[in-house]
Design a protein around this ligand. Structure first.
Ligand code: ADP
Ligand code: MG
Length: 598
């Protein structure tokens, strides 16, 4: 049988030692025993981004059982599991720990990321797929459905200088790739118990999140959960020193029965206004951060598998320096010096308080129902104005209505707040629930907080006014502005880790959008915004309606709908984070008089 594999082998032998351009001959589709190989893109030279490959295995061969494919949630977890396995096995091959046969002995101990463990120039010889972090996320590096399993990866096509190493390429593409397919993508070769645990863990997290509204809670933190992380740059669970597992105070404890694990108990964070108080270093921010991340599912062993949060929870912080385009921040800020109109507030350089106000109104415009706020990253003058300051600076000289005087109005409108606070006891007056972290153990101090509030009146005047409510904005994007009239090509997009995206001539800073957790999300957001500009923007549709239209396209066609070419670099981001990126685009233009469109 003359297979595609043989055809590919013979091309690679033919172009051995020829100039690098001859690699273009391997573009196309090749039938291998048991799978199809697609060479979607061939790099132009050894230093260019590596070539893009795909393999597709029919389920008749891959053999994933019905149970692993039965629901969308299970398919996401299965694909995530396979992506972890494929990327780890590929990385091990390139580092000389696997069965890779093409590396020279003398190089096999190198771990340098530049690829010196592999032969030749640039990244040649390396097979790679983005390595997932602690979250189980929809990704496009591995796609699974009832018919097939597809894996997308890159290969640095090997060269010596600019001359093709055809035999080495043959070893990689016709030797290592089929072994990877066998070891990573066939049900018969994967550890079934690990796969089951992965799928069941994700399914339980989904079920727990779905149970939150019925329990009237906005987050759940299971007893036994491990919240602290190794470091600010290492998201794995803290495993040294004395780690205190989470235990709920009995008054806040709820029980939920999960489909796989059965009954679990833990702390329910009620709707309304919840304070997390306690001494410095007692674990307040760690608890809040776990709640922030609870919008995502976590891998088995993470410690936060059963820490889940409403999908409409948004971390809010001060972000001075950000750009703001036509936000109505008048609920929080009015009468700025020189009469700036805070119902249509734009700035290139927001202050701490105006940025925090903008972040809140934008989050609510995007559909947020839970605000997560940490005093560590808030603007003090946005949070509180105490009695003495009220006496010294008259209300009509102070543009800011502090959050303390708005948080109850928001709660009445169904927007809950979870607030970490160590400094200002004035907030005890507005809290429904007060949780004290005491040496990493939560204690329900709500009753005691009421007594304290009654005993030590603050004397401050409420500045919120009678029955004032935040009206949702109706901003209509007219142009995103990242392309310029003279541009010949469509705008390029790029992501810098989770910190920034580049969109044509513009860069969007996402360092303070803290619920972006995977570089695949920033890549996805960048292309999603470009797609939105090209296909959905019509100058009549409001921000949330535009993002909803985008979501419908993604639901119908997958994340690939925004991709300019086939690749496996995306992870799904929430509409809230896509909106957050849109709002930080410095060239965004919105119409200031939105027409009602419904
Ligand atoms: P706070 O916000 O109250 O000042 P943090 O949440 O920043 O405190 O926590 C202080 C330190 O304690 C951090 O280094 C964190 O990793 C660690 N920590 C937090 N929770 C736990 C825990 N449950 N067990 C062990 N260490 C913890
Ligand atoms: Mg803190």
């Amino acid at each position: 049988m003359s297979s595609g594999q043989e055809r590919l082998s013979s091309i690679l032998r033919r172009i051995d030692h020829r100039g690098y351009k001859a690699y273009q001959d391997i573009r196309g589709q090749f039938r291998f025993p048991g799978f199809d190989l697609y060479v979607d893109h061939v790099q132009a030279d050894p230093f260019a981004p590596p070539s893009r490959f795909r393999v597709r295995v029919l389920q008749s061969m891959a053999g994933f059982p019905e149970w692993s494919l039965a629901t969308p949630g299970r398919r996401v977890a299965l694909a995530d599991f396979l992506a972890r396995r494929f990327s780890a096995l590929a990385a091990a091959l390139s580092h000389g720990h696997g069965q890779g046969a093409w590396e020279s002995e003398s190089h096999s101990h190198s771990h340098s990321p530049g690829g010196s463990a592999t032969p030749g120039t640039g990244k040649s010889g390396r097979i790679s797929m983005a390595r997932p972090g602690q979250e189980i996320l929809p990704r496009n590096s591995v796609l699974v459905d009832a018919d097939f399993v597809e894996a997308r990866f890159t290969v640095g096509l090997p060269a010596a200088g600019r001359s093709i190493l055809g035999r080495v390429a043959e070893d990689i593409i016709c030797g290592a790739v089929p072994r990877l397919v066998r070891d990573a993508l066939l049900f018969a070769s994967i550890p079934v118990a690990d796969l089951e645990r992965h799928i069941e863990t994700a399914e339980d997290s989904d079920a727990l999140r779905a149970a939150l509204p019925g329990l009237e809670i906005v987050a759940f933190v299971a007893n036994g959960a491990v919240l602290p992380r190794r470091s600010g740059v290492d998201d794995r669970p803290l495993d040294s020193g004395n780690v205190v597992p989470f235990t709920s105070p009995s008054s806040l404890e709820v029980e939920v029965t999960l489909p796989n694990r059965g009954p679990v108990r833990g702390m329910g964070v009620p709707r309304g206004v919840t304070l997390i108080v306690g001494g410095g270093y007692h674990g307040k921010s760690t608890l809040l951060r776990a709640i922030e991340r609870g919008v995502y599912n976590h891998i088995p062993g993470d410690g936060r598998e059963l820490v889940v949060t409403s999908p409409l929870a948004v971390k809010i912080r001060a972000e001075d320096g950000r750009a703001v385009t036509e936000d109505d921040i008048s609920f929080f800020i009015t009468n700025l010096p020189f009469g700036a109109d805070t119902r249509h507030f734009s700035t290139e350089n927001a202050s701490g308080s105006t940025s925090q106000a903008a972040n809140i109104v934008e989050a609510i415009e995007a559909g947020a129902k839970v605000l997560l706020v940490d005093e560590d990253t808030s603007a003090t003058n946005f949070m509180i104005r105490d009695r003495r300051m009220q006496a010294l600076v008259a209300k009509d000289r102070e543009p800011i209505t502090p959050f303390i005087d708005r948080v109850r109005s928001l709660a009445e409108d169904g927007i809950s707040t979870v607030l970490v606070l160590g400094g200002s006891g004035d907030y005890l007056d507005v809290a429904d629930t007060v949780i004290m972290m005491d040496e990493y153990r939560p204690v329900d101090v709500t009753a005691r907080a009421r007594e304290v509030a009654a005993h030590f009146a603050t004397g401050r005047k409420f500045e919120g006014g009678e029955d004032e409510h935040l009206r949702p904005a109706r901003r209509v994007p007219v142009s995103l502005g990242f392309a310029r009239p003279g541009d010949r090509r469509p705008a390029r997009t790029k992501a810098r880790g989770t910190d920034a995206i580049v969109l044509g001539h513009e860069e969007i800073d996402l360092r303070n959008v803290e619920q972006v957790v995977d570089p695949g999300q920033t890549r996805f957001i960048a292309d999603a915004l470009r797609y939105l500009e090209a296909h959905l923007l019509d100058g009549r549709t409001t921000v949330p309606d535009l993002i909803a239209a985008l979501e419908r396209e993604i639901a119908a066609h997958g994340m690939d709908v925004v991709a300019p070419f086939v690749h496996g670099d995306y992870c799904l981001a929430r509409p809230i984070e896509i909106t957050a990126a849109l709002n930080r685009l410095r060239t965004l233009k919105v119409s200031s008089k939105p027409r009602p469109d419904r």
